[in-house]
Design a protein around this ligand. Structure first.
Ligand code: CDP
Ligand code: CDP
Length: 225
């Protein structure tokens, strides 16, 4: 019995992964799975419980007793549930941004996250985005993308997102935060941020969201369906 198609989208922060992955899933009628949200949810819980973020075994134990559900109705923003509570709006705070790469750097944490991510993708008909999805989590995916954009474009996008929420962050500071997180994500030994050899590279610096999605769907038609 074959599984349905699997599409992966990796790349650095602010490249537009979650936006285009969600839209692509919507257009295909697939499930959208945001692997970053799972690391963010664990970071949030560790912060809430005052756990030492440098303590790998404590974090791994915490994760074992934690349920994380990614719930999408196929339209609009999917929600993230932590131990049965909707935490969607709590995952993108400066505190979580500053802690998530640390939490995600531990092998014991990644091992368990990857196990869960593979289970979620087992039936196929999914688009999953993250850092190591095409290289490590789902290496046999049917179609892989690696999205990138200039640091300035990515910082500007984050700025616009935050301004829309009523914040007034500094562009340079945002750029520094993103650069720092990218460095940590690319440098770690397990599941580093890296383009898979068979991933299609798309530089979205000067591209509108819908053009990126159309391009990805065109690849899908050519290579998968
Ligand atoms: O949206 P943004 O690109 O800023 O981040 P995200 O996709 O929500 O991921 C947040 C963080 O989780 C990343 O900076 C990584 O440290 C970690 N992550 C990871 O290690 N592996 C993944 N597959 C996805 C995210
Ligand atoms: O998930 P990731 O961190 O890679 O990025 P995102 O959160 O999907 O995208 C950040 C912002 O950039 C969103 O507001 C997108 O609408 C915007 N974006 C864009 O302006 N142009 C693109 N080609 C892609 C995303």
């Amino acid at each position: 019995v074959g599984r349905g198609p699997v599409v992966t989208v990796d790349g650095p922060a602010g490249a537009g992964k979650s936006t285009v992955a969600r839209k692509m899933a919507e257009r295909l009628g697939f499930l959208y799975l945001d692997s970053g949200a799972m690391y963010r949810a664990l970071a949030l819980k560790a912060l809430q419980h005052g756990i030492d973020l440098r303590d790998e075994s404590q974090l791994a134990d915490l994760l074992k007793s934690t349920t994380i559900d990614l719930i999408g109705n196929g339209q609009g923003q999917p929600s993230v549930w932590l131990d049965g509570e909707d935490v969607t709006t709590l995952l993108r705070t400066p505190e979580v941004n500053a802690s998530v790469s640390l939490v995600a750097g531990f092998p014991l944490v990644r091992e368990e996250m990857v196990r869960r991510q593979r289970a979620m993708a087992r039936e196929g008909r999914v688009v999953m985005d993250g850092r190591d999805i095409g290289t490590y989590v789902l290496p046999d995916a049917d179609l892989k993308f690696y999205l990138t954009a200039s640091l300035e474009a990515r910082a500007r996008r984050r700025l616009n997102d935050l301004v829309a929420l009523g914040f007034h962050p500094n562009l340079e500071t945002l750029g520094e935060e993103i650069r720092h997180r990218d460095t940590l994500d690319a440098a770690r030994e397990v599941g580093p941020l890296r383009q898979a050899e068979d991933a299609i590279l798309i530089d979205t610096t000067d591209m509108e969201v819908d053009r990126v999605v159309d391009m990805m769907l065109e690849y899908y038609r050519q290579r998968v369906s």
